[in-house]
Design a protein around this ligand. Sequence first.
Ligand code: ZN
Length: 120
Amino acid sequence: MNSVLARSINLPSKYGAASRITTVRCLASKIEDIQTHTGQKWNSDDYRLVRFTNAPKQVNQNWAVNLIAAVPSKEVTERIVWCDGGSGPEGHPRVYINLDKPGDHSCGYCGLRFIKKEHH
Ligand SMILES: [Zn+2]
């Protein structure tokens, strides 16, 4: 039977409510692998797990798809909005998004969502 130590590190709240990094250290010869965001997970007897005998495997639990889903849609009154992902090095090329169809529309680069506020 494997002896596994698991530890979670909480990150600042700007990364979302469920912000944590889990590290798992296995003390026995068999190592339980953690599934990554790409779905990669090896059997406990796979030779590639030998790299984690002295150092724990670190898997980020904050998948981008979950983080961007936690950001609420931005209500706007215009028919067409643009998004550049914020200014500076964290941004992306400016794209224009048409909001004529109902529902919210997401930016293809950063995933921010926009929804047209109805006028009454
Ligand atoms: Zn964007």
